[in-house]
Design a protein around this ligand. Structure first.
Ligand SMILES: [Fe+2]
Length: 347
């Protein structure tokens, strides 16, 4: 295999492997199976590896590649993004509208046992800029945070509030089109939902209009289960009610287009209105410290600055496969236009 590298952020290096000759999917899978130990070492060190140019065309090809590296793939998803199943273990990465920014996060960081590894593959590359899946080494973020800000997060912990509509709740205009609780838990049975919530330590509260409120807590930092390296590992930059506006502002600074400017203004307006009229407990998604105190906006901004300084964003090429150590490296999505298909698997 040919080895090169991608660099970005503040010293992040992502190893890239490409074919030497005409290795296709079968050749790649055989190589991955033989090199599993070495690749696990690279993932531990760098947080991600990119496999490029092997002719991965269909979700089933990607499933074979991911399984060659990680035989024990999983398929239960308790995240917020709408996703469609494409094979037993491959899903569309997100069915959220293309204009929606997905800030950096480690996959399902709020679960008791988050995925260890995550795989993305590009079936259809977006054209004309945007649509990247930027990565960020959250170990570097943890190390670069201002000690006083970090201390407040470590002592405060994080409380996540999420409010979901249900199947009987009727249609409500929802700019971000988040899933309903029956879609998230794959059942209409409230007892099953409660059981799954108990497994994850979520407090589930049923409300009028078939609504479900989930309250969960997490630490701000987490040590890697194998290396012990401490990473920023939480969903505050996704679930805080100010997240979309703050993310869009940075995207506008990067993309300089009218659409991101307009979206920034809309998101800022919605966020400002919600802050004034809503009880924080009733917001679609929000985060506070564990005791319910609001997290200072300046601290959130500092975290976002550090994350954006450490981003590695590269344009997708059709057939790319990225393997990610979910306890070290976060991912997100930049807005795009036109066709784009990125698929995901995890273990
Ligand atoms: Fe994700």
């Amino acid at each position: 295999m040919r080895r090169s590298e991608l660099t970005g952020g503040q010293g992040t290096v992502i190893p890239v492997f490409g074919p030497d000759g005409d290795d296709g999917v079968a050749g790649l899978c055989a190589w991955l199976e033989g090199e599993r130990g070495a690749l696990a070492g690279l993932l531990r060190e760098h947080g991600a590896v990119l496999l490029r140019g092997f002719g991965v065309r269909a979700p089933i090809d990607f499933e074979r590649v991911a399984q060659a590296l990680e035989p024990d793939l999983k398929n239960e998803y308790l995240g917020t993004s709408p996703r469609d199943a494409l094979t037993t273990y491959v899903f569309s990465a997100s069915e959220l509208p293309p204009y929606y920014p997905i800030p950096q996060h480690c996959e399902m960081s709020f679960l008791r046992e988050p995925p260890r590894r995550l795989f993305f593959s590009c079936m259809v590359a977006p054209q004309g800029g945007g649509g990247e899946t930027p990565l960020c080494d959250f170990r570097r973020v943890a190390a670069a945070l201002d000690p006083a800000v970090k201390e407040r997060f470590v002592r405060g912990g994080i409380r996540i509030i999420r409010n979901y509509n249900g199947p009987a709740g009727g249609g409500r205009f929802d700019l971000w089109k988040l899933k309903r609780w029956d879609e998230m838990f794959q059942t209409h049975d409230r007892a099953v939902v409660e059981e799954k919530c108990a497994e994850q330590g979520f407090v589930a509260e049923w409300g009028p209009g078939d609504k479900l409120r989930l309250i969960s807590e997490q630490e701000a930092l987490r040590a890697h289960p194998e290396t012990g390296a401490v990473a920023w590992f939480n969903h505050v930059q996704v679930f805080h009610q100010s997240a979309a506006a703050a993310e869009l502002r940075r995207i506008h600074d990067r993309q300089h287009d009218l659409r991101s400017l307009l979206l920034t203004q809309v998101a800022r307006l919605v966020s400002g209105l919600r802050r004034r009229v809503s009880d924080p407990e009733a917001l679609p998604m929000h985060c506070t410290y564990r005791d319910g105190r609001e997290i200072p906006e300046a601290d959130l901004e500092h975290v976002r600055e550090v994350i954006w300084r450490n981003l590695v964003a590269f344009p997708w090429q059709q057939g790319d496969v990225v393997a990610i150590d979910n306890f070290s490296m976060s991912h997100g999505r930049l807005p795009y236009r036109g066709p784009r298909q990125v698929v995901v698997a995890w273990a």
